[in-house]
Design a protein around this ligand. Sequence first.
Ligand code: VG1
Ligand code: CO
Length: 545
Amino acid sequence: MSTTKTIHTRPFAGQKPGTSGLRKKVAEFTQAHYLENFVQAIFNMLGDCRGKRLAVGGDGRYYNRQAVQIIARMAAANGFGKLLIGRDGLFSTPAMSCVIRKYATDGGIILSASHNPGGPDADFGIKFNGANGGPAPESAGEAIYRQTLSIDKYLILDSEDIELGRIGKTELGGMEIEIIDPVADYAGLMASIFDFDKISQLLVNRRFHMCFDAMHAVTGPYAREILEDRLGAKPGTVINGVPDESFGGGHPDPNLVQARELVDRMNGDAPLAFGAASDGDGDRNMVLGSGFYINPCDSLAVLAANAGLVPGYGEGLAGVARSMPTSRALDRVAQSLEIPCYETPTGWKFFGNLMDAGKITICGEESFGTGSNHVREKDGLWAVLFWLNIIVESRKPARSIVREHWQRFGRDYFTRHDFEGIDSARAAEMIERLRERASGLAGERAGELRIQAADDFAYTDPVDGSASTGQGVRIFFDDGSRAVFRLSGTGTANATLRLYCDKYETDPSLMELDTQRTLAQSLQAAGEIAGIAEFTGRTAPDVIT
Ligand code: VG1
Ligand code: CO
């Protein structure tokens, strides 16, 4: 017999969700009561949980399975009616969004710290998605945080672990548990959007070789089933496809630095036509053409411009959206399609309302995240399939598609410079000082450039009117370039400063320039205005994307 226990607890400081849920070191998460407090705070925020239905799963990192067991016991004790769990405790973030929507659960809990490294000495994370399948909006995040500040007890069942490896239904303390295949529903959704027959013809073609790097994270089983099993891509197309608790010791961050193996293969003896990588929880993607890096801002714009080639978007796009630091390449596509383009703060939680209200169909971020209203999350594999569908319909390689896009719309050169592991107090001081000065910067000279306008980005949700302030300082220069400063909200130690920079070019003969050189002057000016060297002690960024 299992019995419900009431455990007395005390609040932990700092359980405030960031850009994408709560992320901390594993050592912090595994302290007695730490995870439990946060989970109970989610349940308290939801109110009366009796009879409610919840989906649970994660990216397979260290502590994923234990966390699923704890959540199951707590859900049963709190009176939930049903729990849907991905087999082995797995769900990619987009698949979770798909499952919440398909089975109309009251929400879902995703165990992931996305691209942050995994393992006993690395990071863990937890995020709550609502009934629409999307990340909890800021107001819900605030409500959860308030609960964590006053929590004094949580409910948990005293019971054996449940079997996570076998598909089927069981019961725990009166709550139904159903273990489901984490891939099937998602794969079915992809098949309903894209032309699988045509993509399959491309992938079985002896001359078209591609590689998908799952980076030892959750996308492996998804990519294998969809690309290799359903679409017939050659065995071995998916590399690093078995989820590992510490992601093979790497950072599952799809960029040129972390996805080294993919990059090497792209440039190897047998050149590949197309390459892609996804992050820890499968919501972000990097796509590469043959010898050609595709900037995520351009990728987003290309998807929007070519959506008409994909069956799922044949009826056209209602509108599009991008996060503020993302380049304005998307805006140019929207203008030509005569559809609205929304500019939101960083993080997927701001897109959900726009999608629910039918205002946008496709959206994305500069950080390798793109998605559409098929779910309420960014979706890495979806973007890869989208690209393949465009390639097969246009009969052009990825590289030509991007080049032709630039010729038609002009090119937005874009880069992001990350200064990692910097002192949190100094970083906050730097941003604070920029904020205070922003409104007075217009007209000032900075190196060779003059500042045309500057502000501290604020956003009012056009659907529910909620306001979000302090979302990044923007500086617009008189040569049409733009610099943006903000601090990362996904790290677990110290601070990371992100400096984003873009510049629009319309001269057809200037479409193939070096990005860093093209943006050097603006980056230099931005660095001087903010005093990056002075505040961070750094003269160069740690990561450039
Ligand atoms: C980063 C990215 C942001 C993305 C977020 C979550 O946030 O910049 O665009 O939405 O990660 O992505 P920040 O606050 O560190 O800049 V994921 O794939 O970690 O869920
Ligand atoms: Co992610």
